[in-house]
Every structure is written in structure tokens, then in C-alpha cells.
Design a protein around this ligand. Sequence first.
Ligand code: WTA
Length: 651
Amino acid sequence: MTDSGIESLLQEDRLFPPSDEFAAQANAQAKVYDEGDDDFVAYWTRQALERITWFKEPTETLDDSNAPFFKWWADGELNIAYNCLDRHLETGGDKVAYHWIGEPGDTRTITYQQLSDDVNRFANGLRSLGVEKGDKVAIYMGMVPELAVAMLACARIGAPHSVIFGGFSAESIIDRVVDQDAKVLITCDGAWRRGSTIPLKDNCDTAMESTPSIEHCIVYERTKQDISMTEGRDVWWHDLVADQSTNCEPEVMGAEDLLYILYTSGTTAKPKGIMHTTGGYITGAVTTHSLVFDIKPETDVYWCAADIGWVTGHTYIVYGPLANHTTSVMYEGTPDYPEKDRLWSIVEEYGVTILYTAPTAIRAFMKWGAEYPKSRDLSSLRLLGSVGEPINPEAWMWYHEHIGSSNCPIVDTWWQTETGSIMISPLPGVTTTKPGSATKAIPGIAAEVVDKAGVPVPLGSGGFLTITKPWPAMLRSIYGDDDRYISTYWSEYEGRYFAGDGAKIDEDGYLWILGRVDDVMNISGHRISTMEVESALVSHPAVAESAVVGAADSLTGQAIVAFVTLRRGFEDSDDLNDELRKHVAIKIGAIARPKSIIFTPDLPKTRSGKIMRRLLRDISENRSLGDITTLANAEIVSAIASQAEALRSED
Ligand code: WTA
């Protein structure tokens, strides 16, 4: 442990300099760092003017007069759907936007022209239902191309969208829809998952009993499962678009108009509606997509294997790639269905050149074994990316050797729902990488590691990751809660954005992200708040109190461990254990289901009544417990520890 209380990592000495061959053709050259450092506002403004088509070019740049409510290019006017589609059509309408692969094996090839036609028809359909600029639209779909169509149609008519991950439950839909008063909900009958289906429309039906703001629910038919349609409220997608024209005038949007809200977990039970606006967000998306992934629109087949329900999919499946006129792969299913070589068979078949995935997936591939990638021809790959959590050096090396044949640069990209686009990452062709380090802030971004007092730490030590200058794709606020925006991100360290992550800066100035320092867990790269899971548990009649921690897990990064005390009259049992885990899955979604539940007569508390989560984390990770004399009820600790021990030996 260092002074700042942040644990530092093992020494990692392996260096991977870019090859001359890659460097010679790379989009990024070393001088971009100087350009970004010299004058970050001028640098980003140049990107905005060069990479984006504006209806009215901005004359204003960064407005920091009302910090932390920053504005970028506020007098500029544009439309993001226009930037993603229309501007490519004249010369490149025939180009493939998405090679889409359905989980059951059906495929679709969608050109920019077709995508544009679909978006225009659907945008007209939305308008025919009375959706106007500023109206909120919630989207709860599986990974079908129509999810991208729905988002782009919203962007076209200026209706902010809010995508709700298809794995979330009905209750999660309610929270999000109610928070923003969404007028329309777009869904599918169901979604394919490992050969069976998830009842998306049924979940919406349950949710809509408690969401009075929803006037219409639009249903795209994907699985053809039985669903019920409510007359007057529910509309089939295919009926809605049947007679619509492929011409829908794009709304002229101000650069600071809201593009979308995306909910993410914070340290309380209530998810935060992260707000992204138009001009800054798209500038961040296209610039990073081009520089970090070295996109060559003419030749690359790019694949971000994330779900569009998370920010990674928003920025790097939909907006960045389309605005850059890229050909992408979009895959509906999971990597192990029907076989554990599914991803590699797709890479082989489509000649994928760039692959962007998450450490949790890489660790699963490692576990399944190198024979799966080996059985396929992956020689088309030229660049690999990683996102969502710290990548262990071992997983980095495996990715490098077994997927990248030891000749693809790896970009380990650190960013967040809040940051909108990549912040810390190598630039391929420029940066020498170290396995496990996201390296340095990209040009135009300024990151510093500080101690508890907010003072930058010396090289070689650990602390808290902060961003010191505003950036275009940054969140503008939390929907409906400016105070929470200020207190969460801007209050901890004066004048700095605090990301909630711990980090170490090594002797070479390289950043090593150590993970969350707050009560947010990172399960398979997805953010889940301990409080959300605790609230879900306590909503069960048997539960009196609970404390939830994320314990290190070799596959999912962290796993959810819940400590539960029962109300009088309830006995712990295997059945109750199963029931509670299921209860959380119903309340939040399957990703939040605790891996284990430990029943205990009491929770360890300080004398002021605060639950000692750090201690529980130590117990779950089998670490020595240190001083527990400050506890009001120290005797409980050994009882909990022996239960945890018993659970571990069952594993
Ligand atoms: C973590 C995902 C280490 C981090 C884009 C951050 C990472 C949270 C990395 C944001 C990385 C993301 N290395 N940790 N390359 N990328 N994280 O909002 O804790 O779903 O704060 O955005 O994921 O998760 P979010």
C-alpha cells in the first residue's frame, strides 16, 4: 500500500514498440501529441471542423464560464444522423455499413444507402406518432440492426434516446423511463440468447404498467415468439414504416442539444442518467475512432464486439464508425454459441481487421483454450483493442499471441460512460505498449494521478485518476440532477474531474488503472453499484439488512458477494439462497445476480453504525483482516470468515 491507500501493481517490464511497418501507415503520428498539448481547445476545434459536416460552423469554442457546465462550439449547428449517413451517400452509398450476423446463423448485409433508407422511414414513423424534437425515446432491444436504426432515427429528428441494455429487468426499465418521462418505448418481441429467447416485449408490458408517460410501444419482430399487443398503444415496427418515405428532413440541432441519456450505476441505488450532447460527442467519437483504431474506411472490416446497450456500443458500434464511413461487423449473440469458436469463425469469414473486446471475454477465451482461435484463419487481423476493466498482463499476452499472432498492436482503452469517448490509450503506430497499462492520455486529454489532498503524485506511485481539462465528449450533467453531477465528479478534487478509479503512474509516466475506489463494482466490464444490489436484496421480505462487495474473480474481474442478515422468523437455507439470487436478477437483471450469498446474524459495523465493506471485501478475498478493534461487534467477524471459507472450499 502506498500513502494514498491505493495498492500498486506488480512490476511489468515487457515493452512492445510499434513496428516500422505499422507506424509508416498509421493515422496517428507522434506530432499529434504536441498539437493536443499546445492548445487543446484549438486541437479539438480543428478536429470538429475537419471531421464533422456542420450546417452552420461554430464561431464559439470552449465556454468554461459556468464550470463544470462546459459547452463546446455552442453556436454550431449540425445533425448527427446526417453525419453518419447522408454525407456518405453520394459517393459511398453502396458501401457496407454493417455485416450483421444473427445468433441462429441468419445474416444481413446493410449498405449505407439501405441504412439511410431505413433510418429515414423509421424517423418518419416516429414523427407520425407525434414524436418531436426534445421528446424522450427509450429503446430496449437486442442486438439487431434496427437498434442502430432506432438510435439514428431519434438523432435525425432530435428526440434524445435512452438505450436500456436488453439484459435488464422490467424494474430497471421503469426506473429509467420514469426518470426521463419517455414518450415512446421501442422494443423487440424477444431476443436470441444461446438458442433460447429473452421476452423483451413481456418485460416492457410489465414495465408499462408503471410508466404512464409512455404513449406508444413500437415492436420489431425478431424471434416471432408469442406476445400480446395492446390496441392503440402498441405498434409493429413493420406496420409503422410500411408507407413511410425514405426522405425525412433532419432536424437542425444546436451543438449543445441533447443527443442521448445513458444510465449508469453510481454509488447510490438510483442510476445516473448521463447526458451527452451533439457537437462535442460526435467530435470525440470520430476523432478517437480514427486515431485509436487506425481506421482505414476503404479497407478495414472493424468489429466492436460489445453490446449497443452500453456506452462502448453507442460510441464504437454506432456513432464513431458510421460517421467515419466504416464497414463494421455486428453480432447478435454470445461468443460461445453454438461453439466456443464463434467469434473466430466470424473473423475468418468476414476478414475482420480490427477487433475490440473486453478483458472478461479474453479471460473466457483463455479458459476455453487456444485450440479454438487456432482452428480458424485470423490472419486478417491487424489491430486489437480492449475496454471495460483493467486487463491483466497475462490476458494481454494471450490476446497478443493467440489472437494477434504476435504482430497486432493492442490498444487498451480507458474511458467511461461519462467521458463519452476514449481518454487514455496507446495510439497504434506511435506508442510503445506495456501489457496491462492503458499507457497515456490521448492528444487533447489531460490526466493526472493525485493523492487524497488532490496533489499530483510522483512517478512510481499510486493515487486517484483525475482529468484536468474539459473535453468535447464529456457528459454535460446527470439528467435532472445537476447537484449530483457536481458532487459526484467535481467536488472531490478542486477543478478536476474525478473518475472514481484508482491508478498508478510508473517511472515512465505510464498509467496503470487499478479499478474503482468507490462502491461501484465491475462485473465482466459492467458497472453495478453495491447499493443497487443491496436495495434489491432488502426489498425481499426475508432480508433485514445486506452488504454487497465485489470480490476479485479470475473470470469476471469481480464477482458479487452478498452478506445478508435475515428478518426474525426466516431461516437460512439453500432454497432461500437461490431465491434471493433470483430475486436480484428479477429486480435488476441477470448480470447483477450475486455469485454467492453469505448469511450472517449481523454485519460488521463501526461504532457509528457504518458497515465495514472493506473488511467484508478482505473476507471474501481471503486476506488477513488487520485491526478490527474499531468494530462495535468484532465477534461477528470470525463467524462470517468461517462461512466464507466454507463457501470457498465448495467452489
Ligand atoms: C473501467 C466503459 C481499466 C473503469 C467504457 C471505468 C477500465 C469504468 C478500462 C467505466 C480500461 C474501463 N482499464 N479499467 N481500459 N476501461 N474501465 O462506464 O473502472 O461502463 O471507471 O464505460 O470501467 O465503465 P463504463
